[in-house]
Design a protein around this ligand. Structure first.
Ligand code: FPP
Length: 241
């Protein structure tokens, strides 16, 4: 399957909602956190595969602005995951020339999370390979609201005319200002929604859903999603070429 994928068009940017960790654990009679740990292994496998096939950007939804509603013990565990992941993986990621980035309200995460992730951002900032972009404390609506605020402030300071506000200008105020919109969204676990993820950026993204839970999601499933993407006809509102 790898060879088949490599013969086709490789999406530049793939976004992933890593969903189903909790259910994976519950079905095995394990605590939910065991599901998140298993999900971290999947993350490692998928990053390796994305790098192998030449995807340029992977964005992973790791923690949403709505995830604070979870019990405090789970939130606290999730806040330690980036540290744990980076402790295990950072050396390999640096060797692979990976650039780590984040989107979201990063500054309002616990200090220990900010410290660990900032260190990874710094240590990979001069790399030139695959961009691994983590959405941490991210919400699509909050992102658009924040961008609108920035633009409004510029208008209030007379630095910008309201007539100059267009889609490009607004997009230039989003967290994703320096990366292209996703070509493909993958959501495992059987949920058929986008859950406030990259709302603006997904206007023309191809969506791929599977019932497989994230900890069970393997390289072959990822390649299957890419193969399916390669069969799609993307018209971006236009007509067939
Ligand atoms: C959704 O499953 C998953 C999360 C909220 C956390 C995802 C995080 C990881 C896989 C760890 C890696 C993260 C970093 C930044 C290295 P769920 O708990 O909503 O599952 P459920 O819907 O079955 O309950």
């Amino acid at each position: 399957m790898l060879k088949l994928v490599q013969e086709g068009e490789i999406p530049v940017h793939v976004a992933v909602i890593m969903d189903g960790n909790g259910r994976w654990a519950e079905r095995r009679g394990l605590p939910r956190i065991a599901g998140h740990k298993a999900g971290m292994e999947t993350l490692r496998e998928i990053i390796g595969c994305a790098d192998e096939i030449g995807i340029k950007i992977m964005t992973f939804f790791a923690f949403s602005t709505e995830n604070w509603k979870r019990p405090s013990w789970e939130v606290s565990f999730l806040m330690h995951l980036p540290e744990e992941y980076l402790q295990k993986e950072l050396t390999t990621l640096i060797k692979k020339n990976v650039v780590i980035k984040t989107i979201g309200d990063f500054a309002n995460l616990p200090k220990h999370t900010v410290r660990a992730v900032s260190n990874a951002l710094k240590l990979t900032s001069n790399n030139t390979g695959l961009i691994v972009n983590f959405a941490l404390n991210y919400g699509g609506r909050a992102e658009i609201v924040e961008a609108a605020r920035h633009v409004a402030r510029k208008v209030a300071r007379d630095e910008l005319s309201p007539d100059a506000i267009n889609a490009e200008l607004l997009a230039a105020h989003l967290y994703t200002r320096d990366i292209p919109d996703p070509d493909l969204l993958i959501r495992p676990s059987g949920e058929l929604r986008i859950s406030n993820f990259l709302l603006w950026q997904m206007a023309y993204t191809e969506l791929w859903f599977t019932k497989i839970l994230w900890p069970d999601f393997k390289k072959e499933d990822f390649l299957r999603a890419i193969l399916n993407f390669q069969k799609r006809e993307r018209r971006f509102g236009g007509i067939k070429k």
